[in-house]
Design a binder for this molecule. Sequence first.
Ligand SMILES: Cc1cc2nc3c(=O)[nH]c(=O)nc-3n(C[C@H](O)[C@H](O)[C@H](O)COP(=O)(O)OP(=O)(O)OC[C@H]3O[C@@H](n4cnc5c(N)ncnc54)[C@H](O)[C@@H]3O)c2cc1C
Length: 385
Amino acid sequence: MDLAYTEAEEEFRARLRAWLAAVLPGLPPKPSPDDWPARRAYDTAWQRMLYDAGYAGLHWPVDAGGQGATPTQHLIFLEETEKAGAPYVGANFVGLLHAGPTIAAEGTAGQRARWLPPVLRGDEIWCQGFSEPEAGSDLAALRTRAVRDGDDYVVSGQKIWTSHAEVADWCELLVRTDADAPKHRGISWLAMPMDAPGITVRPLRTPAGSTEFAEVFLDEVRVPVRNRVGAENDGWRVTMVTLSFERGTAFVGEVVACRRTLDALAAEARRNGRWDDPVLRRRLGRLNAEFRALWRLTQANVGESERTGGVPGVGGSVFKLRYSGARQELYEAAAEVLGAEGAFDLDREWVLDRLSSLAYTIAAGTSQIQRNIVAERILGLPKGR
Ligand SMILES: Cc1cc2nc3c(=O)[nH]c(=O)nc-3n(C[C@H](O)[C@H](O)[C@H](O)COP(=O)(O)OP(=O)(O)OC[C@H]3O[C@@H](n4cnc5c(N)ncnc54)[C@H](O)[C@@H]3O)c2cc1C
């Protein structure tokens, strides 16, 4: 990828900036973090505005309803929306950033036509039903089973840590369709409607006080066979596509947000006198270098995925590993800048951001698992036992 911007890309940036400057002042205030229906309404309204202005699914292929923009334009979009303080993707996260791209890459024409336009318009919200009580990092050990009955699968089992399950319309669901096959070979990837009879969603509260997660219990839920993406028992391969998007591209916009937070922190340190501490200044400087390097890595990864057909490569694991660690360090530095008193003076969002930064080395695959992937698939080291 050429790191210099072309005239057309700069024009795109200017147009986007002008649009953001026109629409952002008119947005209503963000709803409270625990009011999920209001958060859904807020996030989907923003997605609809993007759609109407031609900025939805910028980097999705045109035949999947996207704009077919270049990876650079997509990165400019992420950079400018973050810099302008535009709303984050929020409840549209799974649909836009990994279920949608998976369906675009692996779905049939009918599946693309059914599921992708509502994601782009913000009409339908997706959640991710991968993790199970005894199958998190060892995802292929999942036990939720789907038994074929005519034109349906009958699904029973339990999922856990399902973000946004309470407000989701659809779930990207992994099920075991062949109990006798080796564990990676008997899995299928289904799109499950969250209003189907037999689904019970039980919210979980995190230490940060958020009810982002839920347990999802599935009791003989009927899911049409036509909702399967990819072949029966070929779900592990489809899952690798989903995880590639999740680790490779889903967090990239947040790097810009972290840079904004870092700038705010440096300004606060100058204001409250902590800037005089050379150790702290070095720490902030190192974080600045880290986030700049991560942005370059993002550019390289996005460029690479464009060259190889749109699915991000294993380099996403390097990004995920470094990004999630740097995000935690950023909020540790924030606590140092603000001091104990400041920390208690902070508005709730700061405190929540610090607590939720702890989850980033777990969500979308733990750091230990990313290290295993880097060791085995990038460095070619022998597989562990
Ligand atoms: C904020 C957040 C949002 C999430 N959202 C969703 C969601 O929407 N949908 C969903 O399905 N899941 C979701 N998850 C779940 C997440 O994907 C799992 O928590 C994660 O995959 C780890 O699984 P586990 O919690 O079962 O930990 P375990 O697999 O029990 O792991 C425990 C510890 O052992 C280590 N470990 C395990 N196996 C190995 C190994 N082979 N080598 C080295 N170390 C190992 C792990 O790294 C970890 O430190 C979310 C998690 C978080 C934190």
